[in-house]
Design a protein around this ligand. Structure first.
Ligand SMILES: [Zn+2]
Length: 85
């Protein structure tokens, strides 16, 4: 029981951390250890996997349009996915 609770807490911590760092992950702004942390969580979290896939697809289509990635672009996309202004 306690083990499950601790696992749940760890999961939520990793979930929040990953969600907050997805844009840096896609912008290649994370250290190798941080990238690994994102990838490890994404491999067990369907929600983050879906957000990451959507983000990546959106960024790719935007890059197709503009020919080059724009800094900070992922942040705006994440805000939109969260439903914030
Ligand atoms: Zn997650």
């Amino acid at each position: 029981m306690i083990r499950r609770l601790l696992e749940r807490r760890r999961y939520m911590r990793e979930h929040n951390w990953t969600h907050a760092h997805l844009s840096e992950y896609l912008d290649q702004d994370l250290s190798p250890a941080e990238r690994e942390r994102v990838e490890e969580h994404v491999s067990i979290c369907p929600h983050c996997r879906r957000v990451l896939r959507t983000l990546r697809r959106t960024l790719e289509s935007l890059m197709d349009l503009h020919g080059e990635p724009r800094p900070g672009l992922a942040d705006g996309v994440i805000d939109r996915l969260r439903g914030e202004p």
